[in-house]
Design a protein around this ligand. Structure first.
Ligand code: SF4
Length: 382
């Protein structure tokens, strides 16, 4: 099905946004939106919530950003301090929504990122991404490239209700397979999120999404139970359910959320434990392997990945967050020298959130690394 949206052309001054910390799930440090608005019009899409301040009719209007590639190149050229890091195109829009076929904004910005050797992580619900496999494979060979397909059900009828204008799940699964075959260096997997309570959290669906992802060659599954229900987005979603053949789940759904934005911790914990077991049974990683730069950030990023993955694993297995691990891992990305130099000075405990437990974990790893005897200053890179 095609969503006949109104197309608006607009020039924006900024093309690339830098995040204060990387995203510890997708490892993105920069975001860029080739379009504003999304013709995929998924009924649960969080972009409808007030916090995004989108001044447009979200699913009926798509803004094409004019000259986004030129603005991007100017920004990269003019900023000497803009170090390559993972770019995540599309946030509150899908970079491969139908308009991309004709406008090619995503393709154009990928060419710029390839030229300046920025790694890429793209999330999509569209098999149109297959058009760019060879370019993505070149990026993967040069630096790093990850593609994640958002797949939350293998029930085609349910998917066509929840995500009416996206590629059907079976086509997304086929796309995983094709990307792995034609672009083996590309890390590709499934974003199993949001899992809609009472529609997608049954044992059969949980297992089938994981089983089919594995069967088609997925390198990872990132999962997240529940969905967010926030202001205008919640009203839109609830209204859609109320007027559908799925209306029987509405009382249970509303009772689970009890007017809150997120489902309760005990629900999340229960679904997490099922998903963890399934990923273990199907032998599929639950984290994305991070891009590691070759410059002074190398060990900062490696250790950050270790700490953030440890924090995540503790959270999904116990339900408890470890803020020290989380903030030690995040802050490390902003260190302006190599952590190896800090370790050589025996000053790891001075790093933000590095308590004795973290120092004891990290110090031996650094001291045993083959890079410990090398000079790892910022000047190696600049
Ligand atoms: S594809 Fe993503 S951005 Fe587009 S409507 Fe669906 S959830 Fe929203």
């Amino acid at each position: 099905m095609v969503n006949e949206v109104r197309i608006i052309y607009k020039e924006y001054k900024t093309a690339l946004n830098k995040l204060k910390y990387p995203d510890s799930w997708f490892w993105g440090r920069y975001t860029i939106n080739p379009y504003s608005g999304c013709a995929h019009a998924c009924i649960y899409c969080d972009a409808r919530s007030d916090r995004y301040y989108l001044d447009q009719d979200f699913e009926n209007e798509v803004i094409v950003k004019i000259d986004i590639d030129k603005n991007l190149e100017t920004r990269i050229k003019n900023a000497r301090s803009l170090l390559p890091d993972v770019v995540a195109p599309g946030g509150v829009n899908d970079a491969y929504q139908p308009i991309e076929l004709e406008q090619k904004n995503t393709y154009k910005i990928l060419k710029i990122f390839q030229k300046y050797k920025f790694p890429i992580n793209i999330a999509t619900k569209s098999s149109l991404i297959k058009r760019d496999i060879s370019l993505l494979h070149e990026i993967a060979n040069d630096t790093w490239c990850t593609v994640g397909f958002s797949i939350t059900t293998t029930d085609e009828e349910l998917a066509s209700f929840l995500e009416p204008y996206s590629s059907p799940p079976k086509d997304r699964l086929k796309a995983i397979k094709e990307i792995k075959e034609k672009g083996p260096q590309i890390q590709v997997g499934t974003y199993f999120m949001p899992i809609i309570p009472y529609l997608e959290d049954n044992d059969e669906n949980l297992e089938d999404v994981i089983k089919q992802s594995k069967k088609n060659g997925a390198d990872f599954i990132l999962f997240s139970p529940g969905l967010t229900l926030r202001d205008s987005q919640a009203l839109f979603f609830i209204n859609k359910i109320k007027n559908s053949s799925y209306k029987n789940v509405l009382p249970s759904l509303l009772d689970l959320f009890k007017g809150k934005t997120y489902p309760p911790t005990n629900y999340v914990k229960k679904v997490h434990s099922k998903l963890l077991k399934l990923c273990k049974d199907y032998d599929i990683p639950i984290r994305i392997k991070r891009w590691i730069p070759k410059d002074y950030r190398k060990w900062n990023y490696k250790i950050s990945e270790l700490l953030l993955n440890k924090e995540y694993t503790e959270f999904v297995t116990t339900g408890k967050s470890n803020n020290n691990l989380k903030w030690a891992g995040l802050n490390l990305n902003n260190l302006t020298e190599s952590i190896i130099e800090v370790s050589k000075r025996d000053e790891l405990s001075k790093l933000p959130n590095f308590n004795s437990e973290i120092v004891q974990l990290v110090d031996p790893i650094l001291k045993n690394s083959k890079d410990y005897s090398l000079k790892t200053g910022i000047e190696d890179f600049l």
